[in-house]
Design a protein around this ligand. Structure first.
Ligand SMILES: *Cc1c(COP(=O)(O)O)cnc(C)c1O
Length: 402
C-alpha cells in the first residue's frame, strides 16, 4: 500500500515541531545508531539529572543528618508538582515513594480491609501488567477473597456486581496501548459500589490525566517511563483527600507515623497523604523525578499529547502500509483517542524480529509475549524521522521473516 507521506515531509514536521528543542535536554550518545523506541519502558536521562543529584550529594556531604531538614518534605513537594503537571491533582494527595508494586499493594489492601463482608471479590484483566495481577492474587489470598479475571480491561465494568470491592486497571494497557476513559470507567464502577484502583504507569507524562475531576480515589504509577526518573526511581501514589480519611494504609512504618521522631510506643498514623508513607524515602531518586516532572511541566502535557498522537498516527499508518503486507497486524486501537503513546504490531515471529532489530542495532523496541512488537515513541525526545526510520528498518527486517 502506498504511504500517504514522504520522509521529506517528516523532516519538515521535525523542523516545525515546537517541542523539538527538548531532545537536546536529554543525554543522547553521539554514537547512538539504533532508534530508541522503548521510552515507555525506560525513559532517557535528562541532562539536568546528573548535576541535580550531584548537588544533593554535595548537600549530603556538608550537612549530613541536618540535610533531612531539606529532604523530609521532598516526597510531597515533588508529589504536588507531579500532581499539578501530569495528574490533575490538587496538592496534598500525591507522594513519591516506594515502587509501583508496593504502592499498589498499599492501595488494594486498604480497600479490601475497609470493604464490607458481602464484597469479597477483586477484579482484574488477564492482559494486565504482571505485577498488578500478582499483587491482586496476593491480596485476594491474604483477605480470603476471590479474584475475578476478565479478558481485557474494557470488560471490567460489565463484569462487576455487588460482590465486588475493587477493580485494578491500567489507564493505558502496556501491551496494546489501549487508553481507557478514566472518568467514565471510574464513575461506572463507583455507581456499582466498586473502587477503581488505577495504574497510570504507561500514561503518566504522555496522556493528560485529571484525577480530581474524574473522582478517582486511588492511583499509582512509575516515574522511570515517560517521566524519565531513571531505573528504579521511586513511584507515586495518589490518594484523594476524601479517601485519605476513609482508608487505612496497611504497612505501618515510621514514616507514616504522626510524630516521626517521637519514637513512640504505638503506631498512630499521620494526617493526609503522609500516612501512606512506609520507610525512609529515596531522596536521590526523588530529585531525579523532580527533574523529569519539571521537563514535562515546561513542555506542557497538552502539547506533548498533540505531538504524541501525531507520532503514533504516523507509526500506525506506516505499519499498515509497510508491515501488514508482510504478515503483521497493527494491534493498537486505530482511534488515537483510545491509544496511549506506543503502538503494538503483532506478528507470529515477533520475538525473532525484535531480536534482529536489537542485534543489528537498527531499532530498540520491546517484545511482548507471545507475538507483539511494541514501539514506544516518547514525545519529548522522539522525532518524526525516528518514526519513519524505525518503521522502515522494521520493514526491512520483517521481509526476512515472511
Ligand atoms: C512498568 C509498570 C509497573 C512497574 O512496577 P514496578 O513496581 O516499578 O516494578 C507496574 N505496572 C504497570 C502497568 C507498568 O507498566
Amino acid at each position: 500500500m502506498a504511504v500517504p507521506f514522504t520522509r521529506d515531509e517528516f523532516e519538515a514536521r521535525d523542523a516545525a515541531d515546537s517541542l523539538a528543542a527538548f531532545r537536546d535536554r536529554f543525554v543522547i550518545g553521539t554514537d547512538e545508531i539504533a532508534i530508541y523506541a522503548n521510552g515507555n519502558s525506560l525513559g532517557r536521562p535528562p541532562r539536568e539529572t546528573a548535576p541535580r543529584v550531584a548537588a544533593l550529594i554535595d548537600q549530603w556531604g556538608h550537612e549530613l543528618t541536618a540535610g533531612w531538614g531539606h529532604w523530609i518534605d521532598l516526597p510531597f513537594e515533588v508529589g504536588d508538582r507531579l500532581g499539578a503537571a501530569c495528574l490533575g491533582a490538587a496538592s496534598g494527595q500525591v507522594a513519591i515513594a516506594d515502587s509501583t508494586s508496593v504502592n499498589l499493594y498499599k492501595a488494594i489492601s486498604a480497600v479490601m480491609s475497609a470493604a464490607g463482608s458481602e464484597r469479597r471479590t477483586l477484579v482484574v484483566a488477564a492482559d494486565e501488567f504482571p505485577t498488578d495481577r500478582y499483587l491482586l492474587q496476593s491480596v485476594a489470598e491474604q483477605h480470603g477473597a476471590e479474584l475475578r479475571v476478565v479478558p481485557t480491561a474494557d470488560a471490567i465494568v460489565d463484569a462487576v456486581d455487588d460482590t465486588c470491592a475493587l477493580a485494578a486497571l491500567s489507564l493505558v494497557n502496556y501491551r496494546s496501548g489501549e487508553l481507557l476513559d478514566l472518568a467514565a470507567v471510574t464513575a461506572a464502577l463507583r455507581s456499582r459500589g466498586v473502587t477503581a484502583v488505577w495504574d497510570l504507569s504507561h500514561a503518566v507524562g504522555a496522556v493528560p490525566v485529571e484525577l480530581d475531576r474524574a473522582g478517582v480515589e486511588l492511583a499509582v504509577g512509575c516515574t522511570y517511563k515517560y517521566l524519565n526518573g531513571g531505573p528504579g526511581a521511586p513511584a507515586f501514589l495518589y490518594v484523594s483527600a476524601e479517601t485519605q480519611s476513609r482508608l487505612r494504609q496497611p504497612l505501618w512504618g515510621w514514616f507514616g507515623q504522626r510524630d516521626l521522631f517521637a519514637m513512640g510506643d504505638r503506631y498512630d498514623p499521620a494526617d493526609g497523604i503522609r500516612a501512606w508513607m512506609v520507610g525512609t524515602p529515596n531522596i536521590a531518586g526523588t530529585c531525579a523525578v523532580d527533574v523529569g516532572v519539571a521537563l514535562i511541566a515546561e513542555a506542557g502535557l497538552a502539547a506533548l499529547r498533540e505531538k504524541s498522537v501525531a507520532l503514533t498516527s504516523a507509526a500506525a499508518s506506516l505499519a499498515q502500509s509497510w508491515l501488514e503486507p508482510l504478515g503483521a497486524t497493527v494491534a493498537s486501537p486505530a482511534d488515537p483517542e483510545q491509544r496511549g503513546a506506543h503502538v503494538a504490531v503483532a506478528h507470529p515471529r515477533a520475538q525473532q524480529i525484535c531480536a534482529s532489530l536489537v542485534d543489528e542495532r537498527l531499532v530498540v523496541p520491546d517484545f511482548r509475549f507471545p507475538d507483539v512488537i511494541r514501539l514506544g515513541f516518547a514525545p519529548l525526545y522522539t522525532r518524526f524521522t525516528d518514526v519513519w526510520d524505525a518503521l522502515d528498518r522494521t520493514r526491512s527486517v520483517m521481509e526476512h521473516f515472511r
